[in-house]
Ligand binder design. Structure first.
Ligand SMILES: [Zn+2]
Length: 143
């Protein structure tokens, strides 16, 4: 599934994201694995290789997301799209507890946490430690 993305575009996407995963907020310099350039809307679904459709993503988020763009929640047969870093504000859909757990504020947040597996036990532990060390750039709020 190799897709050519020019180096200049990769750099722009990474810098725009401040070198943090745009889904789980993991800083690239705290990861053992190389980060990916994610097509927010996959090419399979008509997404283009353009700055306004690309996101900086850790390998775990990117691999869990794959080419998916939405999922189903509960018993509802209506699909819910994922969080889109290019048009949504992270803090409107998620918040992080000091325990490292991510809490969804919206169905879009729930759908994204579910499919990207953002609350995998290892991710929660990693996030908790990064928060404790002040290394996670997550916008905190009091909700
Ligand atoms: Zn991530």
């Amino acid at each position: 599934m190799s897709r050519y993305i020019p180096e200049v575009l990769r750099d722009l996407v990474a810098q725009r994201a401040k070198f943090c995963c745009e889904y789980c907020c993991l800083p690239a310099d705290r990861s053992f694995f190389a980060f990916h350039i994610d097509h927010v809307v996959s090419m399979k679904h008509g997404g283009e290789t353009a700055a306004d459709n690309l996101a900086f993503a850790c390998s775990i988020c990117n691999l869990n997301k794959g080419s998916d763009v939405a999922t189903f929640l509960d018993d509802n047969d209506q699909s819910v799209r994922f969080y889109n870093p290019r048009r949504d504000l992270w803090r409107e859909h998620f918040r992080a507890e000091l325990t490292g757990l991510l809490i969804a504020k919206t169905d879009i947040g729930r759908a994204t946490i579910k499919i990207l597996n953002l609350n995998h036990p290892d991710s929660i532990i990693e996030r908790r430690e990064l928060i404790r060390l002040g290394l996670l750039m997550i916008e905190q709020d009091s909700n």
